[in-house]
Design a protein around this ligand. Structure first.
Ligand SMILES: Cc1cc2nc3c(=O)[nH]c(=O)nc-3n(C[C@H](O)[C@H](O)[C@H](O)COP(=O)(O)O)c2cc1C
Length: 186
């Protein structure tokens, strides 16, 4: 019997900094998915700002990012909130993904893509970013996995050391989210 091809999950971090605590949430999730799905991180810091004047011909970094999204079986976003919203770099990426892949086409790279997100932030646990992501992902027709989209509360320890320590309840919640994704991936 032929082995089923391994599913791939593309991770996007809404923070570009090297020691990002949200990226560390993703690294924890990557360990949960080990042996069950292949994980890759999307590099997207070379995307130009969305500008309809430069949409076509499609800029090379936009083509590459869209290709990586199209090839993946699912997307998992890990993001802080910046000033009660989605960080501009991540929103810019989502804006590019929301646009037609060719002039006159209705196809986009993200429509119908299995997607989920987890947000780590301060006292309010990045709830504004989580709410905005739910709205934006629905607007751009991503297939958002029905699950609790985990919100991690960053502590003074996390902020001062740049080393994430998840609370047991947060680990359990991330595990539930990972199982919900694997269930949808089949
Ligand atoms: C421009 C900016 C705005 C921020 N606004 C918020 C905010 O609205 N809510 C919040 O909880 N934290 C906010 N923070 C703090 C971030 O939660 C914190 O820097 C976090 O570590 C960023 O995520 P990262 O570790 O993944 O880079 C802000 C940080 C920056 C740089």
């Amino acid at each position: 019997m032929e082995a089923k091809p391994e599913k791939t999950v593309l991770f996007l971090c809404g923070s570009l900094r090297k020691k990002s605590l949200n990226r560390q949430v993703g690294e924890y999730v990557a360990k949960l998915l080990q042996g069950k799905a292949a994980v890759r991180w999307l590099a997207y810091d070379d995307l130009p700002y969305m500008n309809q004047d430069i949409e076509f011909p499609t800029p090379a970094p936009v083509r590459r990012v869209r290709g990586e999204v199209q090839e993946a079986d699912a997307l998992w976003l890990f993001s802080p909130e910046y000033n009660h919203g989605i960080p501009a770099v991540l929103k810019n990426c989502l804006d590019w993904l929301s646009r037609p892949v060719a002039p006159g086409s209705t196809d986009t790279a993200i429509a119908g893509k299995l997607t989920l997100f987890s947000c780590a932030g301060g006292g309010a646990k990045a709830r504004y970013c989580a709410a905005d992501l739910a709205e934006t992902l629905s607007c751009i027709r991503a297939d958002v996995v029905e699950t609790v989209h985990v919100q991690v509360a960053l502590t003074r320890h996390d902020y001062t050391t740049d080393e994430l320590v998840l609370a047991p309840a947060e680990e359990t919640a991330l595990q539930a989210q990972a199982w919900a994704l694997l269930d949808r991936l089949g």
